[in-house]
Design a protein. Structure first.
Length: 716
């Protein structure tokens, strides 16, 4: 490496000297590089040659293993491209030659020097014929292998959902009221069958000879349908292609359809129950929209079935190739579209089944779409909310045919929709229904948005959440962990709300003792400061105002006071009419309780100055405040609506201070005056001796303000 570094500096120095000698720019790198190329010079290890690219032509010594050791047998000189043998040595070259091999193959490394043309070769016809025979055979073999493998895989997959006829035992035949159905066979019936000790709905398949005929496309779809597994879908268990039980087996839901439940007036459905039914449909529909099916295509309350746990399962999805075939050949009692000719409407029979159909489909649009499912869901939501049947129109006796005609035509320019009874509808639900049945499909939300809206609207309807969790735990065994987490979160949310309410009613320390099952013992406090306030002239004001106006005024005032006391170390004891009672120094002991109450009282007076009564905007509210400091006892009283109450003469004296006070002034006792004087922060004025009922003659004071703050005179 040292020799190479030396040679590098050597050639650079020569190039630099030449550049300077010719008066050229020594900082011109391109010019220096040109002087280095195509140059030979004597280096520290011999002559060095640089080619046109500036690469060094290196000399090499070749060694060969002879007589048990490596010997030098030849030299290669890079600058001249010559090779010389070492005298007295002999090399055996590849293929037994006596001379070195050429630098490159005769035809070049890529045979670019010897172009081969089959047309001019004597072997050309043979090569051409061979390729013509071999290539098609290779393609056929590869194609057959891929096709065979794909066919075998599909057969194996379909075989996993095939059932044996001898394992199926038909039970009975009943009307297909639940619509837990797949279209097959001519009879509009819903048979039950027992398979491996479980009851399923048995939907017959078309039979040709001794077996049912199902094309490969339907086999693939049926296999995928058997793999769909969700708590809110009626699962397709499998298919039997052997007589006499050629059928498809589907989960049996013993409670019938959702429409049956809603029509049964003996079944009482509170909104907790209804929200649960709605969320079941939303979850099942969202799963379908994210599956290979992408949509349901025929959603209605008759194919939302209810199991023994009152869990809604969506059925009648998939296998549209069978449905289309049956609708044409077997004249299924449905119609596909609405045809508009010369402003006349021709409807196919049984319009009742089309009441859930989206208007764009009735007009002959796309047969299935997610937005059409959302429209159908809106009508189901309307059924659940009001329980008056599908497409209820208040005071109307329109037939299903007339309803569908109006929905499709929108004759008045306004979309024709069911009547929404706002008084019977929870807040926010009517807006969701209207959004879901919007005339323009793009304006309808997707299932994810609907689910979030339902959760938000039904947030307060969770009284029976634990019972609902226990009732569904067995049914949701496959998804138990996620379900428990979801329900537990809701329970914890309800618990937190209850705890927050308890902490609003009782001091935090007392509430914590009650939450942990402890007993709250009454306590004595050596020194606390109690605050009383009331409104001067409240009785007369109440007599001249309506009850609602009085309540609104007190609510506005006490909301303002509640915001103020949050800034101080005080506890709100209670409000009785126009009286507002606050204490500092309990239940958390506080040596600075008198100052806390004083500052709070001053801020309340300032707030009253800007407070305006809604129904008497020109009147000034006059607040009267009394404060006293002394010993006190406190404890929780009662079990129903427990209250944290104060006991002792200190409470009575504070009330007297307020009673004997004056409007917009803060009246304090002797003990409070002494406590505030210790802080040296407050401005007080002696009122003098005052005869107080039940207390005798007492010396009292006015609290004017805080040093550096606002004095009392600013309030008067």
């Amino acid at each position: 490496m040292a020799a190479i570094a030396y040679d590098t500096v050597h050639i650079y120095a020569h190039a630099l000297n030449e550049t300077l000698a010719f008066g050229e720019d020594p900082y011109d790198g391109r010019r220096l590089a040109e002087r280095v190329r195509n140059r030979t010079f004597e280096g520290v290890q011999g002559w060095v040659t640089l080619d046109n690219n500036g690469d060094r032509e290196t000399n090499y010594m070749m060694y060969s293993f002879q007589d048990g050791k490596m010997k030098a047998v030849g030299y290669y000189f890079g600058h001249s491209g010559e090779y010389e043998d070492v005298p007295g040595t002999m090399i055996t070259w590849p293929a037994g030659g006596l001379t070195p091999p050429p630098d490159a193959p005769y035809c070049g490394f890529d045979e670019e020097k010897c172009p081969f043309d089959l047309r001019h070769s004597r072997y050309g016809p043979i090569y051409t014929l061979g390729l013509a025979l071999i290539l098609p055979i290779i393609f056929l073999l590869v194609g057959y292998t891929i096709y065979h493998r794909h066919t075998v895989e599909k057969k194996v997959a379909f075989k996993t959902c095939q059932l044996r006829s001898q394992d199926i035992t038909p039970i009975r035949t009943r009307p297909a009221t639940s619509r837990n159905s797949l279209p097959s066979g001519e009879e509009n019936s819903c048979r039950l069958a027992e398979y491996k000790n479980t009851v399923y709905v048995m939907k017959e398949l078309r039979v040709d000879g001794n077996r049912a005929t199902i094309r490969r496309g339907i086999q693939k779809e049926l296999t995928q349908l058997c793999e769909l597994n969700h708590p809110n879908l009626a699962r397709i268990y499998g298919a039997c292609l052997e007589v006499p039980n050629c059928c498809v087996l589907i989960d049996h839901c013993s409670k019938g359809s959702l429409q049956d439940i809603l029509k049964n007036e003996s079944i009482k459905l509170d909104w907790t129950f209804r929200w649960s039914l709605i969320m079941d449909i939303v979850k099942g529909l969202e799963y379908l929209h994210n599956s290979f099916l992408k949509c349901h295509g025929s959603l209605k309350s008759t194919n939302c079935v209810v199991d023994s746990r009152f869990v809604v399962k969506i059925t009648d999805f998939g296998l549209w190739m069978l449905r289309k075939k049956k609708r044409i050949s077997m004249e299924e009692p449905k119609f596909d579209a609405l045809h508009l000719n010369n402003n006349a409407v021709t409807l196919l029979k049984h319009a009742q089944d089309q009441l859930w159909t989206a208007p764009e489909i009735l007009r002959g649009g796309t047969e299935r779409s997610q937005k059409a499912d959302v429209y159908s869901f809106a009508l189901i939501l309307h059924e659940i909310a009001f329980r008056k049947g599908v497409f209820y129109q208040e005071g109307s006796q329109l037939s299903p045919k007339d309803i569908i005609t109006r929905v499709a035509l929108s004759l008045s320019g306004v979309p024709f929709r069911p009547t929404i009874l706002e008084k019977d509808c929870p807040a926010g639900l009517s807006g969701l229904i209207k959004q879901c049945w919007a005339e323009t499909p793009e304006d309808r939300p997707d299932c994810k948005v609907i689910g979030a809206a339902v959760r938000r609207i039904s947030g307060m309807k969770s009284e029976n959440i634990l019972d609902n969790l226990l009732a569904r735990m067995e049914h949701y065994a496959d998804n138990l962990e996620s379900l428990v987490q979801e329900k537990t979160a809701q329970v914890l949310d309800e618990k937190k709300r209850a705890e927050d309410l308890l902490e609003r009613l009782l001091p935090r320390t007392v509430a914590n003792q009650l939450k942990h099952g402890g007993t709250v013992h009454p306590e004595s406090f050596d020194s606390v400061t109690v605050f009383f306030s009331d409104i001067v002239g409240f009785t007369a004001m109440s007599a001249d105002s309506s009850p609602m106006e009085v309540v609104d005024m007190l609510n506005d005032l006490y909301t303002c006071f509640d915001d103020i006391i949050g800034n101080y170390d005080v506890y709100k004891v209670e409000t009785i009419g126009d009286a507002y009672v606050v204490v500092s120094g309990l239940p958390e002991r506080n040596s600075n309780h008198a100052a806390e109450i004083a500052r709070m009282a001053l801020e309340m007076l300032r707030a009253v100055q800007t407070f305006r009564i809604r129904h008497r905007t020109s009147e000034q509210l006059k607040l009267r405040i009394g404060i006293h400091t002394g010993p006190c006892a406190a404890g929780v009283v009662g079990r129903k609506m427990p209250r944290y109450c104060l006991f002792g003469d200190t409470v009575n004296t504070a009330s007297r201070m307020e009673t004997y006070g004056m409007a917009l002034r803060i009246h304090v006792s002797e003990t409070t005056y002494q406590a505030l004087c210790l802080t040296e922060r407050f401005l007080l004025e002696a009122r003098g001796e005052l005869e107080i009922k039940g207390k005798g003659s007492q010396r009292t004071y006015w609290l004017l303000g805080e040093k550096g703050g606002i004095a009392k005179e600013s309030f008067v």
